[in-house]
Design a protein around this ligand. Structure first.
Ligand SMILES: Nc1ncnc2c1ncn2[C@@H]1O[C@H](COP(=O)(O)OP(=O)(O)O)[C@@H](O)[C@H]1O
Ligand SMILES: Nc1ccn([C@@H]2O[C@H](COP(=O)(O)OP(=O)(O)O)[C@@H](O)[C@H]2O)c(=O)n1
Length: 192
């Protein structure tokens, strides 16, 4: 199976995707890891690559093309990134969305990146706004549209073990024989 895990920064995607892959014996491919390897290939820090992406659409398109290729070619995989669900599209068996209130996400990022909560919140909001505009312009994706997801979870309500417990249970009870169909993904331009 191919399972995608998406959500905003600080929602707990990486944590949950890594643990889910471990439970299922699947591989875990992280958009954040791809992003950091592209940065390293170009001799940039991830922050520098992020800034560059606002001016150079080739960066987003390269990242997203890689994700779509991985989704097309591979199986037994948890693919995790902001756009994993959109990029995998119908190649994904299950598409999951993790979220948490902005204040919770900011506090987590502040802790993870050793910065103030206020700075983390401002940076995360600015990045999210910039990303939302880019995804709409490049691909016609409305990142606020949650209709494509099979399960959405507020990770603020559970600890990491609780989150993985819920999503692993969902994957385990999923039975293709009783599947009445995926939510359609329409109007996306996969142009890289
Ligand atoms: N359910 C949770 N409850 C509390 N803290 C969490 C939870 N999930 C993740 N975290 C912590 O929050 C931070 C952000 O999680 P991470 O998985 O890096 O998010 P993302 O990949 O979505 O940016 C990490 O420091 C992680 O340890
Ligand atoms: N065009 C892009 C740019 C970034 N991304 C994702 O944005 C995230 C940036 O990495 P990150 O480790 O900072 O993740 P977050 O904490 O911002 O979620 C990754 O999940 C990337 O895959 C994407 O999916 N498509």
């Amino acid at each position: 199976m191919l399972i995608t895990v998406s959500g905003p920064a600080g929602s707990g995607k990486s944590t949950a995707a890594a643990a889910l892959a471990e439970v299922l014996g699947y591989e875990h491919v992280s958009g954040g890891d791809i992003f950091r390897s592209v940065a390293a290939e170009r001799d940039l820090t991830p922050l520098e690559l992020n800034r560059l992406a606002e001016e150079d659409d080739a960066i987003d398109r390269d990242l997203d093309r890689r994700q779509r290729e991985i989704a097309r070619e591979r199986d037994g995989l948890v693919l995790e990134s902001r756009l994993a669900g959109w990029m995998a599209g119908d190649y994904a068996d299950l598409r999951l969305w993790l979220d948490a209130p902005p204040a919770v996400r900011a506090a987590r990022i502040a802790e993870r990146e050793e910065k103030s909560i206020d700075l983390a919140r401002r940076e995360t909001e600015a990045r999210a706004e910039s990303e939302a505009l880019r995804y709409r312009e490049y691909y016609g994706i409305d990142i606020r549209d949650r209709s494509i997801y099979d399960l959405a979870l507020n990770t603020a309500r559970l600890d990491p073990d609780g989150v993985v417990g819920v999503i692993a249970a969902f994957v385990e009870v999923y039975d293709p024989e009783h599947d009445e169909g995926k939510a359609p993904i329409e109007g996306v331009r996969y142009q890289f």
